[in-house]
Design a protein around this ligand. Sequence first.
Ligand code: KIV
Length: 271
Amino acid sequence: MSVNKEVKRVTTHVLQAMKARGERISMLTAYDYSMARILDAAGIDVLLVGDSASNVMAGHETTLPITLDQMIYHAQSVLRAVKRSLVVVDLPFGSYQGNSTKALESTIRIMKESGAHAVKLEGGKEITESIQRILSAGVPVMGHLGLTPQSIYKFGTYTVRAKEEAEAEKLKEDAKHLEDIGCFGIVLEKIPAKLAKEVTESLTIPTIGIGAGGNTDGQVLVTHDLLGITKDFQPRFLRRYMELFDTIKGAVQQYITDVKDREFPNEKEQY
Ligand code: KIV
């Protein structure tokens, strides 16, 4: 199935309807204007201004260092490009945990300064107050369970989460809780496919998986991973659709050669 041309603008209600009729939801990350334009033109349903910008754009080892100001800058660039996709922006580490007033203030800044359509927060019951405060301001919230990279120092590794019974039970309870308090969707990251299926079937809101198997309502990947711009990141769940690192490197090497050999510019490429 290709892009649904009937949908002129993807909203949270459109996603809900997609789940109801069994149409899969496509989601990718975007951090800048040019890439967001391409992804939106291709017909992607949801663009996530992910805090993975901390890794992909800024070269940090974790997502923790990225600031609210930096997330707003990325969100503004993406929103300038988008005509159709729903744009969800990650609340960065330190902008919502343990303080619902701060969570609401951070969200209001993102919404006012970038024009985003929704925010995403990592965590379950422990961030209830923050989520409820944001929802009370009329802002749609997406949850994120399983591997939550902002808690990497608590987990210690980026391995598959919720393999053990106790953690799986907690994840199921958290997912139901997020639905009950009003989240419009949940990202399930790096959990067993069987568990993701069970959670997906138990909810009326859509789940979007990354490393969570084929039975979630949608899929998300980091765009730079899908395009092979990042080279060393090779998790099992990642399907690379291009090897752009090598393609770009080859093009740049050719340019260097052309400049050195005085092949560029030629007669037609000058005034
Ligand atoms: O920041 C991000 O890119 C994410 C996705 C991996 C879901 O949260």
